[in-house]
Design a binder for this molecule. Structure first.
Ligand code: KG4
Ligand code: ZN
Length: 338
């Protein structure tokens, strides 16, 4: 067993093809090929995604190995995303990883994508590392979870969405505003100079630590339709205020549940992860609230918020040192839980 293993990591759960090389907890290279083809359809088209993964995976892996300044033979193990995600996309990464492991005679490590988002906090990049146990708000295009993280490999979901994910709420709202997919970053950008209180939308009432975003989306849709009927230029004239108000509504739901989880568990070590953790209003709000509500807040670096292979590599590292390997019979799982 190598104490400083070199791990090649593959991410292909949705529409980004990623490959990374890590030496222990340090990232030597982290390559991502985005698939622009989906923006014209307003969302990810699964069949097109898996086809693009097939085209991208070899060049992405070759580039990652080259930029890491290592040889294929130096790699001690390959880690890949087993799920959750789109099955056709996952199959490409899984098949590639199995073949590579077989060809190079190295162990294969399967990784849960959502756990990997959380473990991105442990990449050795000089950012603050949360202490165990901590709470992680994991917010992406497909998931919204509050996770109690007891150790690198022991995690418990204590809250989840009963319908849409937070990222979906951002993307679907952006679509209503006529913004291209993925709309989350564009709402963030347009909201910078908007008034968060300009428009009020329906607030969901969900018990406990669970979330709901579908009612909010409908409320946004109806309110905007009503205004557009009166004034066809309504969206254009109010884009910044609309973005700020929508962003405020989504972030407010997330923060209220996170504070509830903090009070229920007594844990004051808090982290955020997943694509939506790149959101500037969420980050600023949590920074401000951390003093008032007495908790420590940890953010991942921007490049490790949205889907990437480095996070699969760090999760692979922790499984490697625990000798937690898979075998050639491993299959991807679209609905993988913890
Ligand atoms: O984690 P991720 O890259 O992919 C999934 O696993 O789903 O998350 C993608 C989601 C998208 O919904 C995207 O709109 C959202 O993250 N997102 C943001 C921002 N950056 C990415 N949402 C709000 N503000 C951002 N700055
Ligand atoms: Zn993700």
């Amino acid at each position: 067993m190598n104490k400083e293993p070199i791990i090649l990591a593959i991410e292909s759960s949705c529409d980004d093809t990623g490959a990374a090389v890590l030496r222990e907890k340090k990232v030597l290279s982290n390559i991502i090929a985005n698939q622009n083809i989906h923006s014209q359809y307003g969302g990810v088209v699964p069949e097109l995604a898996s086809r693009a993964h097939q085209q991208n995976i070899i060049p992405v892996v070759s580039t990652a190995i080259k930029l890491a300044k290592i040889k294929k033979e130096d790699i001690n193990a390959i880690a890949f995303t087993k799920g959750p995600g789109l099955l056709g996309s996952l199959i490409v990464g899984t098949s590639f990883s199995k073949s590579f492991a077989l060809g190079m005679d190295i162990p294969i490590i399967s990784v849960n994508h959502m756990q990997a988002h959380i473990l991105a906090h442990f990449i050795d990049d000089n950012s603050s590392i949360p202490n165990f146990p901590f709470l992680c708000l994991t917010v992406s295009g497909g998931h919204t979870q509050i996770v109690k993280v007891k150790s690198h490999l022991d995690m418990e979901i204590i809250g989840t969405t009963i319908d849409d994910a937070a990222g979906e709420a951002f993307d679907k709202s952006a679509k209503i505003l006529g913004l291209p997919y993925p709309g989350g970053p564009l709402i963030d950008k347009n909201a910078q100079r908007g008034n968060i209180f300009a428009f009020k939308f329906g607030v969901p009432k969900v018990k406990g630590l669970d979330f709901s975003f579908s009612g909010l989306k409908t409320s946004i849709l109806y309110k905007i339709q009503k205004h557009v009927n009166d004034n066809p230029n309504f969206i254009k004239e109010n884009l910044e205020d609309l973005c700020a108000s929508i962003q405020y509504s989504i972030v407010d739901i997330l923060i209220n549940k996170l504070l509830m989880a903090k009070n229920q568990t007594g844990i004051n070590e808090i982290a955020i992860a997943g694509g939506v953790s790149a959101n500037s209003y969420l980050r600023n709000s949590l920074n401000l609230l951390s003093q008032k509500h007495n908790f420590n807040i940890h953010f991942p670096k921007f490049e490790y918020c949205t889907d990437n292979a480095a996070m699969i590599g760090i999760a692979g590292y922790f499984k490697y040192i625990n000798k937690n390997f898979s075998d050639q019979r491993v299959v991807p799982s679209a609905r993988l839980s913890f």
